[in-house]
Design a protein around this ligand. Structure first.
Ligand code: HEM
Length: 422
């Protein structure tokens, strides 16, 4: 594999107008605030959530589509052309996808909160079109990719997972109206796993292969373990989906073992990168990123406990919470607080000729408040689910909300600094 950071060579030519990635990052920061707010009002029903419309489903999709997918799409639009050394074919489809996805998330989550099928359906159709534009633009970029085949392969499997989970999601909405499916709950679980471990998982595992070495200034990572994590993740997803839909538990266990194997390869690669890091102080972002790696393992072990019927209170919801908030949200917020100042400094350099220091673009105070509140919120919500205490869940949601507001202050500050470089 090429040396870490070498892919940045010539990156300036493939720099998108700042407004494209930053509109996704700012929207993600706003939906982050909304997700914790709705979780507060859903606190008395979360622990017993077993699917179906309501505030919990709305909070899940404000967090997953509103924060995780928005961030991943904004980052992919800018990072993939840098990694593949091929600029995006056109900029306008990226803007169009935003103006379809933003109202799509707002309408679908409003419909989920109010059990309003028309809003849910309209939102899902807008989302379907917006995500289709993203998929076509990204597939075109991956098709012309000139380097990092292992990262591109993760990108392709993320797109396959995207098509599958969106199709299932839309099907589930129509089934809420007419009840034509006889395995709604199993399809909902497959939808959730393909969306979180598939689409988000492949993007996180693939982009980490270039992002983490770039952030820590380490030597580049070997290819083989990268291909191993990709194949094991694909096996785990295919095995889990078939196992759940066919009711075949041995297949689910094999899938879990493959998933643990994939996570093992990933963490071995990340540890290798950290061990050869030339940057000694990695700071707050890596406290979140490292913690998220621990949560990845924990949610797989919890998934095993759920499959084994272990007597853990509210285990399915707890596993979903550790997966979506513990692993994915914590990882993406850690990466965002490195990417936003980094990208802003490249754009600001273009404007003033001199790149401002990342520290000048980073409001440390709000990020410290966010980190403390985020982990306190995680602990309180996990405690609330284990002890079935609505009050603890409400306290967790308030802490998460305070943290999300602090993170939004950091994000807006980067954009304001970008607009007015010194
Ligand atoms: C266009 C995009 C999406 C649509 C139309 C959609 C639709 C749905 C619907 C209708 C359900 C409820 C199923 C039920 O009755 O329980 C659901 C559940 C769920 N979705 Fe999505 N979703 C989308 C995107 C996502 C994404 C991106 C994620 C995660 C990264 C996600 C995670 C979940 C989870 C965790 C559940 C709960 C599963 C359960 O009910 O057990 N969804 N989704």
């Amino acid at each position: 594999m090429n040396s870490a950071g070498s892919f940045l060579g010539g990156a300036k030519d493939r720099l998108l107008p700042a407004s494209i990635p930053f509109r996704f990052f700012l929207s993600a920061s706003l939906f982050h605030v909304l997700a914790w707010t709705v979780l507060f009002f859903a606190a008395d029903e979360v622990a017993r959530f077993r699917g179906g419309p309501g505030l919990t489903l709305a909070a899940i999709h404000l967090a997953t589509l509103g924060v995780l997918a928005m961030t991943a799409i904004g980052a992919s639009y800018q990072l993939l052309p840098v990694v593949t050394r091929r600029p995006l074919a056109r900029d306008w489809p990226a803007r169009l996808s935003f103006w379809l996805i933003l109202p799509g998330v707002a309408l679908m989550t409003y419909g989920m909160a109010e059990s309003a099928l028309t809003s849910m359906k309209t939102g899902a159709v807008l989302l379907g079109f917006g995500l289709a534009v993203f998929a076509v633009l990204t597939a075109d970029n991956l098709r012309r990719a000139g380097s990092f085949p292992v990262v591109s392969a993760h990108g392709w499997l993320a797109l396959v997972s995207l098509v599958a989970f969106v199709a299932l999601g839309v099907l589930l909405i129509w089934d809420l109206e007419s009840g034509f499916l006889n395995n709604h709950l199993s399809l909902a679980v497959v939808h959730m796993v393909l969306a979180s471990f598939g689409f988000m998982g492949f993007l996180v595992l693939g982009l980490s292969l270039v992002l983490i070495p770039m952030f820590v200034l380490s030597r580049s990572l070997p290819d083989k373990p990268g291909w191993a994590q990709l194949s094991l993740t694909a096996m785990a997803l295919a095995g889990h989906s078939c196992g759940i839909l066919l009711g075949n538990m041995p297949l689910v266990w094999i899938a879990l073992a493959a998933g643990l194997g994939a996570a093992g390869c990933y963490l071995w690669l990340m540890r290798k990168s950290l061990n050869s890091s030339m940057r000694k102080r990695l700071g707050l972002p890596f406290i979140l990123i490292r913690a998220s790696w621990g949560f990845l393992f924990l949610c797989l072990l919890l998934g095993g406990a759920v499959a084994g019927g272990a007597d853990i209170p509210n285990a399915p919801v707890l596993t979903g919470f550790i997966l979506l908030v513990g692993w994915l949200l914590t990882f993406l917020l850690g990466v965002l607080q490195r990417i936003m100042p980094f990208l802003a400094s490249m754009h600001a350099a273009g404007k003033s000729g001199l790149p401002p220091l990342l520290s000048e673009l980073t409001a440390e105070g709000p990020l410290k408040v966010h980190a403390i509140c985020h982990f306190a919120a995680l602990a309180a919500c996990v405690g609330g689910l284990l002890l079935n205490l609505t009050l603890l869940l409400q306290i967790g949601a308030i802490l998460g909300l305070i943290g999300a507001i602090a993170f939004a202050v950091f994000a807006v500050n980067v954009v304001l600094k970008l607009k007015r470089p010194k």
